[in-house]
Structures are given as C-alpha cells and as structure tokens.
Design a protein around this ligand. Structure first.
Ligand code: SF4
Ligand code: SF4
Length: 92
C-alpha cells in the first residue's frame, strides 16, 4: 500500500471538516488551538503511518488547503550477473 502525508495550510483552514469525513483511515482531526481567523483547523494525526496519499481530502477541500505527497516505491536493484567470477555487462 502506498504511503503518503499531507501538509495543511492551517491559517486558511475553516475547520469545515469535509476532509475529515472523506479520509478513509480517519487520521485528520481538529486542532485544539484556533488559527488567527478564529477557526479550529484540521491537522493530521497519523502515528501508524496510515495515510495512503489517496488525496480524497485535498479533492473535497473547498479552499485548496491541503497538499498531498505520496511515496513512490523504488524498483528493486538488479543483481549484478557474474560468469566465472567476472561481472557481465548486459547488452541493451
Ligand atoms: S491523503 Fe487520503 S489517507 Fe491521507 S489524509 Fe488525505 S484522505 Fe486521508
Ligand atoms: S476541507 Fe479544507 S477548509 Fe475544511 S477542514 Fe479540511 S482543510 Fe480545512
């Protein structure tokens, strides 16, 4: 499963909670503190790294407050092939 994380612009967030309702693993919560506009913004609380980077939260946010980052799994490195102890170069 892909891993992701989100960055929330808490100063622009109005605390409407649409993103919370959309998040499958339910890892978005309202902060205790108010932002400068008097709203409780949403923050991410993801100690188990459950965010998949699905971007549903960013899609539903009416104010574009959420940026999603998703890890791209690296392909495994090919093992070097050898013949009689010498490395083989593979033709392209
Ligand atoms: S990207 Fe998906 S899993 Fe991650 S916080 Fe947003 S809705 Fe939740
Ligand atoms: S949908 Fe956007 S404005 Fe609403 S709580 Fe989430 S981040 Fe804040």
């Amino acid at each position: 499963m892909a891993k992701g994380r989100v960055v929330i612009d808490v100063e622009r967030c109005k605390g409407c909670e649409l993103c919370r309702e959309a998040c499958p693993p339910d890892i978005l919560v309202l902060a205790e503190d108010l932002n400068s506009k008097g709203y409780r913004p949403v923050i991410m609380l993801d100690p188990s790294h459950d965010c998949t980077g699905c971007a549903l939260c960013a899609t539903v946010c009416p104010d574009g407050c959420i940026t999603v980052y998703r890890d791209i799994p690296q392909k495994p490195q090919k093992k070097e092939q050898t013949l009689n102890g010498k490395a083989l170069s593979l033709a392209a």
